[in-house]
Design a protein around this ligand. Structure first.
Ligand SMILES: [Fe+2]
Length: 346
């Protein structure tokens, strides 16, 4: 018997996988149980391609040095220095074999500026994993245009401490059903009818697009656009989640990655990293005001989302809650994510 069924009744997970009109969302335990979270860590985070980022940007010069006791490793993980390991000024010990204590290699892949890892080394190669989305977005940015993506020098990053489970952020991101009520400030952008579900991708992706993207900033200046973005698609922007933990946004004039660092079953660090087209747009003073405005726009939107999903976390404490009912027409991407979790957690 799968370990998960000791924590969650099998029937509750099976209901998630029914056709959308008869399905319920993931059961409460997936949001409130520490034991569930331990299983999720392995089945969802170690077994899949997930995004991590580093503590601080930097280049490795000579060695990788642990800040705790200064043990040092070569860039390919060989342990080469163990200060005072055998007592004061004795930097080696016959009782300790350096070559048996090298760093463990983790499968990784850098895509755009994002570091993906697959700890269990069991997933399909990353190139294959990302290919369906890469092919879909080839109509917006040619391979050479992708090289123009530059991380913004300033106003290119923010993080939010969300007092809720990481899954709420993904399911909220996949759908546009909430826009008019949660984001009333978006005005004309928030009309549900201007959004569409992303279809035709494998079930590890879900998301939505808009047909009315039209950035309006103070002043006459505009960000440069991807050079080969088709004219007839300039008002299209797409928002796609790569399960489990990263959400991407592609627009004619900027790109972002919004990725999740789960801290516990009810705490998540959300990281937003914003990129522009070319060095000038991302680094020069000329575009600073625009970068600031765009940063504020996204931070305000994400804070509105976090406000509502934190309330959903509280709702998950109710024993009367059945996991939630889906709109058969509006909630397909969210249902797809719940089904994906319900399938891979077993
Ligand atoms: Fe939202």
């Amino acid at each position: 018997m799968s370990a998960i069924y000791k924590i969650i009744d099998k029937k509750k997970l099976d209901i998630v996988k029914r056709p959308i009109s008869k399905a319920h969302g993931l059961p409460n335990e997936c949001y409130t149980s520490k034991d569930y979270t331990l299983i999720e860590r392995e089945k969802i985070f170690e077994n899949k391609w997930t995004v991590m980022l580093v503590n601080k940007k930097g280049n490795i010069r000579n060695v990788i040095r642990c800040p705790y006791h200064s043990w040092s490793y070569t860039s390919d993980g060989k342990l080469i220095a163990t200060p005072h390991i055998g007592g004061m000024n004795q930097h080696s010990s016959p009782k300790f074999k350096k070559d048996k204590n090298n760093l463990k290699e983790i499968r990784s892949y850098v895509w755009l500026d994002l570091i993906f890892i697959n700890i269990s080394n069991n997933e399909i190669p990353f190139e294959k994993y990302i290919k369906p989305l890469s092919d879909r977005w080839a109509k917006f940015w040619k391979k050479k245009d992708r090289k123009l993506i530059n991380h913004a020098n300033d106003f290119g990053y923010f993080k939010i401490n969300a007092k809720c489970n990481w899954k709420f952020a993904i399911e909220n991101y996949c759908e546009s059903y909430h826009l008019p009520w949660v984001h009333p400030g978006l005005n004309s952008y928030s009309k549900i009818e201007d959004h569409y579900h992303i279809q035709g991708l494998p079930n590890r992706f879900a998301g939505q697009g808009t047909v009315v993207y039209n950035p309006k900033f103070k002043g006459k200046k505009k960000f440069p656009c991807f050079p080969n973005w088709p004219k007839e698609k300039e008002n299209i922007a797409e928002y796609v989640a790569l399960f489990p933990n990263v959400m991407l946004g592609i627009h004619k004039d900027h790109f972002y990655a919004y990725w999740l660092e789960p801290i516990s079953h009810k705490k998540t660090l959300e990281h937003m990293v914003i990129y522009y087209v070319g060095k000038k747009a991302s680094k020069s003073k000329d575009f600073k005001s625009l970068r600031k405005q765009n940063h504020k726009l996204w931070e305000d939107i994400q804070k509105e989302d976090v406000g509502i999903i934190q309330r959903m976390q509280l709702g998950r404490n109710s024993h009367a809650y059945n996991g939630g009912n889906f709109s058969p027409d509006m909630d397909n991407p969210t249902h797809q994510f719940h089904k994906w979790v319900a399938t891979h957690i077993v």
